[in-house]
Write a protein that binds this ligand. Structure first.
Ligand SMILES: Cc1ncc(COP(=O)(O)O)c(C=O)c1O
Length: 430
C-alpha cells in the first residue's frame, strides 16, 4: 500500500533497515513517527525553510531538524564562518580559542550562565548537569519533568526503559508540569535526598503563575540543584531562553538545539560554585571541542546579540498561529484540533472525534500535509526563514487540508481515506 510519490523513500527504507536498526539515528526521524507509504522517509537536501526528499518532492519544513535550526538551513553567514574554520582545522590536539569565545557569548546572553562546558547532544548536557548536581549535593534522587534525552538516568523513568537497570530508574522520580503537589510528593518521600530537579521550563503549555518560582524556592530551601533543560527553549523563547522570559533563574541550564543552527553543539552552564564540580567529576569527550560547530555557534550567537532574531521567530510563529486558528474555527474543528505553547514552538493537539480517533486524524493530516508539500509532525518549529509569504502558503495548504478533514469526519469517511494504517500510540513524555 502507499503512494508512488514516496517510491524511492519506501524502497530505500528496506536497504537502510538492512544496515541500520529503524533506518535512522534519531527516534523522531524514524518510521515510528512517519507512516511508511504516505511519508517521505529520507531527505536529500535542505535550504532556508525548504527541504527535498529523495523522490524529489519539495516541502516547507516545519520540523526543522527537530527545532535545531532557527535561522533556516544553510544560513550564509554561519556557513561562511564554518568554511573559514574548515581551512584552519576541524579539531586540534589541544583546546582552541573559539571555545572561550563562544562561552563568553553564552555568559553574556543566558542569565544563569557563569561557567560553560560544551557537549555535542542535548543528552550530553542534561546528563552532565545531573552528575554535577549529584556531586555537588552528595545526594542521589532526581526529579524530572519533560524530555531530557536518551541516557539511563532519564529514559529509565519512561515507558521506553528497556535495557536500563531498575536500580538506576529507581533514582529518578517523575513530576508533572503545573502540578506542584506532584513535586512536593517527591520531596516528601525523599526528604534530604533530592539532588536535582530538572524540567523544561515550558513545553506544550504555559507555566501557571508561581509554578516556576515555587520550584525555585523549594530547591533553594531543600538544597536541591535546579536545572532548566532549555535544549529547545534556549535561543528560541528569548535571547536568554525561558529563564529570561519568566524571570526565574535556575542553578544550571542545558542548551542545545538553537545554539549552532543545526551543527552539533550543546552546553551545560550555570553558577560558578556548582559548575566548579566540573573540575573533579568526569565529563570528557574526544569531539567536545570540535571547531566547526563552535565556529557556527560563534556566528549564531553574534546574530542573536545584534539582530532581532527572537522578534522574527515570534512574528513568524504568531502569524502561523493566528492563520491556523482561523482555519480551525472556519472548519469548525476546534473540538478536534487545538494549538498550544509558545508561538515559536507550537504544539498541535489532536482529539478523538466520534467518527475517528485522534491518531487516525493526525495520520490523515500528515498524509495530506506531505502531499501538499508541508513537512509537519507534532509542532510548528519556526525559523527566521518562515517569512510572511511562506506562512501564508502554509495557511492556504492548511485551509484545504482542514476542510478535507472536516468533511471526511462529518461523512464518517476519514478512516477509509487513510492510505496506510494509522500511527501507533507513540512514546510520550510531554
Ligand atoms: C528538552 C530536551 N532535552 C534534551 C534533549 C536531548 O537532546 P539530544 O537529542 O540532542 O540528545 C532534547 C531533544 O529533543 C530535548 O528536547
Amino acid at each position: 500500500m502507499g503512494n508512488s510519490r514516496y517510491k524511492n523513500s519506501s524502497k530505500f527504507l528496506m536497504h537502510a533497515e538492512s544496515l541500520i536498526p529503524l533506518g535512522s539515528q534519531t527516534f523522531s526521524k524514524s518510521r515510528t513517527q512517519y507512516p511508511v507509504g504516505i511519508s517521505p522517509l529520507f531527505m536529500h537536501k535542505a535550504k532556508g525553510c525548504y527541504t527535498w526528499d529523495i523522490d524529489g518532492n519539495k516541502y516547507i519544513d516545519l520540523v526543522c531538524s527537530l527545532a535545531s535550526v532557527t535561522l533556516g538551513y544553510q544560513n550564509p553567514i554561519v556557513n561562511a564562518a564554518v568554511r573559514k574554520q574548515l581551512r584552519k582545522g576541524t579539531i586540534f590536539s589541544l583546546p582552541g580559542k573559539l571555545e572561550s569565545d563562544v562561552a563568553e557569548q553564552i555568559v553574556d546572553l543566558v542569565p544563569s550562565a557563569e561557567l560553560v562546558r560544551f557537549g555535542k547532544n542535548g543528552s550530553d548536557a542534561t546528563s552532565a548537569a545531573i552528575r554535577i548536581a549529584r556531586a555537588f549535593t552528595g545526594r542521589k534522587i532526581v526529579a524530572v519533568c519533560g524530555y531530557h534525552g536518551w541516557q539511563d538516568w532519564f529514559i529509565g523513568s519512561t515507558s521506553r526503559d528497556k535495557g536500563v537497570p531498575k536500580e538506576i530508574s529507581d533514582l529518578t522520580k517523575t513530576f508533572y508540569f503545573n502540578d506542584l503537589h506532584s513535586l512536593n510528593e517527591v520531596f516528601k518521600w525523599n526528604a534530604g535526598n533530592v539532588a536535582a530537579v530538572i524540567l523544561e521550563p515550558m513545553n506544550s503549555i504555559w507555566p501557571i503563575q508561581g509554578f516556576l518560582s515555587e520550584i525555585r524556592r523549594l530547591c533553594s530551601e531543600s538544597g536541591a540543584v535546579l536545572i532548566f533543560d532549555e535544549t529547545i527553549t534556549g535561543f528560541r523563547f528569548a535571547k536568554g531562553g525561558a529563564q529570561e522570559l519568566f524571570n526565574v533563574i535556575p542553578d544550571l541550564t542545558t542548551l542545545g538545539k538553537g545554539l549552532a543552527n543545526g551543527f552539533p553543539l550543546s552546553a551545560v552552564v550555570g553558577k560558578r560554585e556548582i559548575m566548579g564540580e566540573m573540575r573533579e567529576i568526569f565529563f570528557s569527550s574526544t569531539f567536545g571541542g570540535e571547531l566547526l560547530s563552535l565556529a557556527a555557534a560563534n556566528e549564531v550567537l553574534r546574530m542573536y546579540q545584534h539582530e532581532d532574531i527572537i522578534g522574527q521567530l515570534t512574528a513568524a510563529g504568531e502569524l502561523l498561529n493566528e492563520l491556523t486558528n482561523e482555519e480551525i474555527f472556519r472548519n469548525n474543528l476546534h473540538d478536534v484540533l487545538s494549538l498550544s505553547g509558545h508561538s515559536t514552538w507550537k504544539f498541535l493537539n489532536w482529539k478523538n472525534h466520534e467518527t475517528a480517533t485522534a491518531l487516525e486524524i493526525k495520520t490523515y493530516f500528515m498524509q495530506e500535509c506531505f502531499k501538499e508539500g508541508i513537512l509537519v509532525l507534532g509542532t510548528h518549529n519556526v525559523t527566521t526563514m518562515h517569512t510572511k509569504k511562506i506562512v501564508k502558503e502554509i495557511a492556504s495548504a492548511y485551509s484545504k487540508i482542514l476542510s478535507r478533514i472536516a468533511s471526511k469526519l462529518k461523512g464518517n469517511q476519514l478512516r477509509d481515506s487513510l492510505e496506510v494504517e494509522p500511527l501507533a500510540p507513540l512514546f510520550k513524555v510531554r
